[in-house]
Ligand binder design. Structure first.
Ligand code: PLP
Ligand code: COI
Length: 367
């Protein structure tokens, strides 16, 4: 391999000699679950402080070879993204707002002292993987191919500073519903002992450490029969932030949608899109600090009529109940909110090509 930074990057392709047979792939696509199966190829690009981005490749999916001193393993210098490839009725393959994921990857890179990957190279890395593994994009309703780009510090050096060698990869995993229960209302556990992110920390970046710190409270959530954990702000412990892996939106009976604003939560692309669709319909949208009391009191008084979680993996999932120490709001067998489901339908309609893409959010990947 030659080290040469070109823009845009050009990719070498090494086809896998162990591609799954059609029958095996079809069996996986018939019941993909979430994050359990991976396609036949992956993307790999290397960055060095002297050579910039180079050695862009599509290669057979398989283990990465890392030096045990690679700084990602010690200091968690890593970032990732999550987006989906959708198959339309005519067989074409599309992604939703990939330039927004690319921008967020660069924002995360800035916070984690990692290099920026140009938008053109980011989108091309997705196209390259789809060129190799397009047959892995399922076509059943509500299924997709989840794309997971990530960047890791690969330099072997135990001193604590930004790595001078970095790997960017994209892997892909066929996906059905994130929650085993599908699109029925889920229960959420309010974590009062743990925060996800602190003031000035990495909460707004999509970086593994935020998820590592959510795992114990997420386990607590599961122990209480809940699908996700809700975090409050780490300073006063009274303002809503987000769930372990998705944003949260409250719907008032007058049709106003309210979502927490904070510099320590991940700015979700699904949330932004849903709120835009609601604004298009004439709904008022408020992005502001939201006290936990507002949720509890609003549900009790009937002012808040729906609450939902949203994110790439979860799409839009109704929240039926919130429980925590001394708190029990809503009901586990609540029915899904009408606005929640109709916004979900419109969003997925655009993603799957059933509804006109009036915002220019779709990018074709299979050419
Ligand atoms: N918040 C967290 C912590 C997430 O992991 C995600 C999922 O990516 C989101 C919010 C929603 O972001 P998006 O809609 O861009 O997937
Ligand atoms: C996503 O929605 O892409 C995420 O990264 C969240 C995780 C729950 C899978």
């Amino acid at each position: 391999m030659t080290i040469a930074t070109t823009f845009p990057l050009s990719f070498d392709v090494t086809p896998s000699t162990a591609q799954r047979a059609t029958a095996e792939r079809d069996a996986i696509l018939a019941d993909p679950g979430f994050g359990k199966h991976f396609t036949d190829h992956m993307v790999s690009i290397t960055w060095t402080i002297d050579g910039g981005w180079h050695d862009a490749e599509v290669l057979p999916y398989g283990p990465l070879s890392l030096d045990p001193a690679a700084s990602v393993l010690h200091y968690a210098q890593e970032i990732f993204e999550g987006l989906k490839a959708y198959r339309h009725a005519d067989g074409s393959i599309w992604s939703f707002r990939p330039e927004a994921n690319s921008r967020r990857l660069r924002r995360s890179a800035t916070r984690l002292a990692l290099p920026h990957l140009a938008e053109e190279d980011f989108v091309e890395s997705l196209r390259q993987l789809i060129a190799a593994d397009g047959s892995w994009v399922p076509s059943a309703p509500e299924t997709s191919l989840y794309l997971r780009p990530f960047m890791i510090a690969t330099e072997s050096f135990l001193g604590v500073r930004a790595a001078q060698k970095v790997g960017y990869h994209v892997i892909a995993s066929p996906a059905g519903a994130y929650f085993a229960s599908g699109v029925t209302p889920v229960s959420i556990w309010l974590s009062t002992n743990y925060s996800r992110a602190g003031k000035g920390g990495t909460g707004a970046a999509k970086t593994g450490g935020n998820y590592a710190s959510s795992l114990l409270p997420q386990q607590e959530a599961a122990d209480h029969g809940c699908a996700q954990v809700l975090f409050l702000d780490s300073v006063e412990g009274v303002y809503l932030e987000e769930l372990g892996g998705m944003n949260v939106v409250l719907v008032y009976k007058d049709g106003t949608l309210v979502t927490p604003e904070s510099d320590s939560i991940l700015e979700g692309i699904t949330r932004d899109s849903i709120l835009q669709l609601a604004e298009d319909r004439g709904h008022k949208v408020e992005r502001r600090r939201v006290r936990l009391d507002e949720w509890v009191d609003g549900v009790a008084s009937g002012d808040i009529t729906e609450v939902f979680a949203c994110g790439t993996a979860a799409v839009v999932t109704p929240i039926g109940r919130l429980i925590g120490e001394g708190i029990d709001v809503g009901s586990a067998d609540a029915t899904a909110g009408e606005l929640t489901m109709s916004l979900r339908e419109e969003l997925t309609g655009m993603q799957y090509g059933r509804v006109p893409d009036r915002h220019g959010w779709m990018t074709r990947l299979d050419r």
